[in-house]
Design a protein around this ligand. Structure first.
Ligand code: NAG
Length: 430
């Protein structure tokens, strides 16, 4: 009978909220509402169609006044829900007035179901179907705005949110080998019979059609699944105290990039959110041979730039030459090789530069750099190029040559004067 009294209470709450009205900071969200035309018959594709709906969110104390909101004419349904968890009133779901970007929202009707998963089954082992199973359940899936992403899945009974699961880290990037935290938290309405009836948390990994269990936790019996990924952990104290179901990966590997789904089960109900993890590791780069051979003018030299240990596979090579005055000449990307994959899932790739020394400015050397641009950061390696032999004289060289010429001229003049002078003396004596 507890189930019935709760429904009664929630219905009352709905009526109450319609009567009351005041300003609120909680959002009004435009949603796609999936209607099922005929229950039980056909698949989702044949039996479902989507219509526009407005979702009025209220926190416990604050209520929207429906009368003061002008509802656009293309809206076929409006729903009011009270969210005591406050997740739906997060600012990421509440765009500033007049902004084009809006949260994405989908509303569905759902049927409560028991789960046969090993770490979820104990939640429904009493086999007594509570009355609330017959009620009108809906699920709202809401994706927040671009920058401050937050995904929330809220399960509501009539007009009150009963279970919500949210993540504040929709996209997580981590360097290789460091710990990563995938945020997920849940909330169960304390006034619902589901509160205190136990919960389970399941994290699954999904990548290109392949999936596996990362970790399952039966919160009712405080039991962790036997099968779980090495280094994957939950904060057990946090999960019981604050519904902090965040997944901790102690040491990230490249092959852990993918989608992680956080599912929170309470008896007969489930809500889930997805978190995208990408391991981003910039390359280490070097130029070969190093030091490069001394260049004979006119010769074509070949240099290789090797980039290794990077992920994901997205790299742009460029070569450039910096002369002694600091002028930079771009030399293109060179010929880029195919990639190789290492045992740890990172990639390596190289670029070959064929440098025609005749084309070097003034035939002189300079600093040759290989630049590798990667989502994890840009890396650069440099070597000094030296050209021997021919070089056109610089101003200083010309000045020095003029100086030397003058000195030589003076010396010749002096010597010839001395000799002619002594000749004259000799003639004079004769
Ligand atoms: C959840 O737990 C993790 C690991 O202990 C912690 O780093 C994180 O800050 C917690 N999140 C919240 C919202 O408390």
């Amino acid at each position: 009978m507890t189930g019935f009294s709760t429904i009664y209470k929630l219905s009352l709450l709905a009526v109450f909220s319609l009567v009351q009205g005041c300003l609120s900071s909680c959002p009004v969200i435009e949603c796609w509402y999936t209607l099922e035309k005929s229950r039980g018959g056909g698949g989702l594709a044949s039996g479902a169609n989507q219509v526009n709906a407005l979702l009025f969110v209220k926190s416990e104390e604050q209520q929207h006044d429906r009368e003061t909101m002008n509802t656009p004419s293309d809206i076929e349904h409006t729903f009011s829900i009270t969210d005591s968890s406050g997740f739906l009133c997060h600012k990421a779901l509440n765009p500033p007035e007049g902004s084009i970007k809006k949260p994405h929202c989908e509303l569905n009707q759902i049927q409560p179901q028991p789960s046969s998963l090993l770490w979820v089954a104990p939640l429904t082992d009493s086999a007594q179907s509570p009355l609330y199973l017959q009620a009108d359940w809906r699920a709202a899936t809401i994706h927040g705005l671009d920058k401050e992403m937050s995904v929330t899945k809220a399960i509501s009974l009539f007009t009150a949110v009963i279970l919500s699961v949210t993540t504040k880290t929709v996209f997580v990037t981590a360097r290789l080998g460091v710990p990563a935290l995938l945020d997920c938290s849940f909330w169960v309405d304390p006034s619902s019979p589901l509160h205190g009836a136990g919960f389970s948390v399941e994290w699954r990994y999904q990548f290109r059609g392949n999936g596996h269990l990362v970790l399952g936790y039966d919160g009712k019996n405080d039991r962790l699944s036997d099968i779980r990924d090495k280094g994957a952990m939950l904060d057990f104290e946090g999960v019981h105290q604050n519904g902090n179901a965040s997944l901790i990966l102690s040491e990230t590997k490249v092959k852990q990039s993918g989608t992680y789904i956080c599912s929170v089960h309470v008896p007969y109900l489930l809500a889930q959110v997805a978190v995208e993890l990408e391991i981003v590791e910039p390359p280490s780069i070097s130029i070969h041979p190093s030091p490069p051979p001394i260049i004979i003018p006119g010769q074509i030299v070949t240099l290789h730039c090797e980039a290794s240990g990077f992920a994901p596979l997205s790299l742009d090579f460029s070569w450039e030459l910096t002369d002694s005055e600091g002028n930079v000449t771009p030399l293109g990307s060179g010929s880029v090789s195919g990639h190789r994959e290492g045992y740890d899932g990172t990639y390596s790739q190289s670029s070959k530069l064929q440098l025609d020394s005749a084309k070097l400015e003034q035939g002189r050397g300079g600093e040759l750099s290989c630049v590798a641009a990667h989502p994890g950061g840009t890396r650069r390696a440099s070597v000094t190029l030296n050209v021997i032999g021919f070089s056109t004289p610089s101003i200083e060289d010309s000045m020095a040559m003029v100086g030397v010429a003058l000195v030589l001229y003076g010396l010749i003049k002096f010597v010839s004067w001395t000799f002619t002078g002594s000749d004259k003396k000799l003639i004079g004596c004769l």
